[in-house]
Design a binder for this molecule. Sequence first.
Ligand SMILES: Cc1cc2nc3c(=O)[nH]c(=O)nc-3n(C[C@H](O)[C@H](O)[C@H](O)COP(=O)(O)OP(=O)(O)OC[C@H]3O[C@@H](n4cnc5c(N)ncnc54)[C@H](O)[C@@H]3O)c2cc1C
Ligand code: FES
Length: 293
Amino acid sequence: MLSRSTHRGTICLEDAPIISQTVFAGDQFLLRVSAPRCAERAVPGTFAHLTCDPLIPMRRPLSIMRVDAQAGWLEFLYKPIGPGLERLAQRATDDVISVLGPIGRGFTPDPERPVILAVAGGVGIPPVNFLAESLHADRRFKLVILMGSEVPFPFELTARSTVLPGLPDSASMAVAQLEAWGIPSALASKAGFDGCFDGFVPALAREWLEARPADSLGEVQIVSCGPHAMLEATAALAREFDLPCQLAVEEFMACGVGGCAGCIVPLHKPEGIVMKRVCVDGPVFDAAEVFPG
Ligand SMILES: Cc1cc2nc3c(=O)[nH]c(=O)nc-3n(C[C@H](O)[C@H](O)[C@H](O)COP(=O)(O)OP(=O)(O)OC[C@H]3O[C@@H](n4cnc5c(N)ncnc54)[C@H](O)[C@@H]3O)c2cc1C
Ligand code: FES
């Protein structure tokens, strides 16, 4: 039975049957669930808080990677690191999980800066993928997506059809779906995968930024999601090149809806340090407030 109720007016609680669960190399899972109310409201950068198994009392937060609002489904990409997501990985088609979402504030790209450089790493790739899908037909923006992973990318890859000035010849591969949407992408890894830049993804972003004429940097903004060290390096790049940058931040969560203060982070505002909840005040924050340098 599908039970639904709303929370804070925008967050829905839905019993969500699993439509499919696909496993990729590197212990990565792509989960599609039916949750029409959540799918209708989701925007890039928001997440859902999911039950994994009746034996695991705490929900786990996962970024929303794709939605089809008409068909009423949501997709998540995850890599278990503990018992909750390990249990979720064992759930099968037609099992029902509880989805609380969409939660949080997503990315708010600035139309004054038409070039969006997206820097994503590991399980930080989903929100950037959602942003790409939602903006690919928006003529105000041109995206360039750089992704890093130390396990095989859980996407079909293809040779990039466009030249990205500044990128080394080794970074020749792109994500096929992004190519189909007309969005250039490039990949970075220290794992020696073919067609990938040999290094971490912020280093690849630096190559791209350094190759741009200085007078064109005023068109650029950065969005990023991934491991803490990657976010810190990306925030430092944004500072160095004087670019606005939005980060989707991850923190351990309990309630996921703003009630427990379990996920607070310090933000560096002009008036001093302000504590904010990642779940409902974020997860997207201004990089300069998270990492003031
Ligand atoms: C907004 C948001 C979006 C996210 N999106 C994704 C995503 O798309 N894909 C993805 O794979 N992951 C995502 N994550 C991360 C994921 O939710 C967490 O890593 C989650 O805890 C993993 O669950 P698990 O059951 O695998 O591991 P857990 O059982 O949660 O444990 C993981 C590790 O963290 C430690 N730990 C757990 N809780 C705490 C705590 N309160 N304090 C300190 N250490 C603790 C454990 O000891 C263990 O070492 C996201 C997190 C957030 C906040
Ligand atoms: S997890 Fe409870 S306030 Fe964010």
